[in-house]
Design a protein around this ligand. Structure first.
Ligand SMILES: C[S@@+](CC[C@H](N)C(=O)[O-])C[C@H]1O[C@@H](n2cnc3c(N)ncnc32)[C@H](O)[C@@H]1O
Length: 246
């Protein structure tokens, strides 16, 4: 299946965002914030980078952290701005590519949550991790919420579907063995309309992911298979790697 290299520039608009908003419940966002506060060892007043931040889940700003959100999608970042304005929260929203972080303040912590890693090619994915390391204070922590090749291939299905918020999302998946990428055609159905889009994600084996983070300048890595800090096993549905800036 052919997928545009920078498919993510167009993908995050319309029904794809409606579906994302439907799956990221307030309860889920609060549980992720609880995890982040403890795993990143941050306290209210600390500066925290959320990259990419999507529509700006505001939980950390509401808890008194100095939040910065970096996001490429115009539609998402506008929503994020509106939401924080409505609640009179001062958040530093930046519409940028996730690799272009230079010039942002040195942060006390950073995170990349919500299946946002691996859209780029190998060099670019590594550039992103290096960019995050560069804007962290020494000893500050980074949490990468992703998955790994071992877990993805265990549950691989050529065709699957998912329903949320009155929307149906159909997936046709092709795994490219040479590139270690899952190429997917998504069909979103809802409100009497259909949208079809393609995306592609690079999946790294667990050891490769750890190697990328170390190479980018992180040490003291810990891997978790859930927000409850369970270890990563073949039954895990996510991998959260936490590392410290050297
Ligand atoms: C699945 S959403 C998750 C959003 C957010 N992390 C969350 O948990 O709600 C993935 C996000 O990554 C953003 N994104 C993808 N590639 C990007 C890039 N190169 N630079 C900045 N944002 C990017 C998309 O626009 C989208 O908002």
């Amino acid at each position: 299946m052919d997928v545009e290299k920078h498919w993510w520039k167009e993908f995050f608009s319309g029904k794809a965002l409606d579906l994302w908003r439907a799956v990221t419940t307030a309860e889920q966002t609060r549980a992720e914030a609880d995890f982040l506060v403890s795993a990143l060892r941050i306290t209210p007043g600390s500066s925290v980078l959320n990259v990419p931040c999507g529509g700006g889940r505001l939980e950390l700003a509401l808890r008194g952290f100095r939040a910065t959100g970096v996001e490429y999608s115009e539609e998402f970042i506008q929503k994020a701005r509106e939401k924080s304005r409505e609640r009179s929260l001062a958040v530093n929203w930046r519409q940028l590519d996730m690799r272009e972080l230079s010039g942002l303040e040195p942060f006390d912590g950073a995170f990349c949550f919500g299946n946002s890693f691996g859209y780029l090619d190998d060099e670019e994915n590594f550039d992103f991790l290096r960019a995050v390391a560069k804007v962290l204070k020494p000893g500050a922590r980074f949490a990468l919420d992703t998955t790994c090749l071992e877990l993805v291939l265990r549950v691989f299905e050529q065709r699957s579907w998912f329903e949320a918020g009155g929307l149906l999302m159909l997936e046709r998946n092709e795994y490219d063995l040479l590139q270690s990428r899952m190429n997917t055609e998504y069909t979103f159905v809802g409100g009497g309309e259909t949208e079809r889009k393609r995306g592609s994600q690079r999946y790294y084996a667990y050891a490769e992911l750890c190697g990328l983070l170390k190479g980018a300048g992180f040490t003291n890595l810990h891997g978790f298979g859930s927000l409850n800090r369970d270890p990563v096993t073949f039954e895990s549905s996510r991998v959260i790697l936490v590392g410290e800036k050297v």
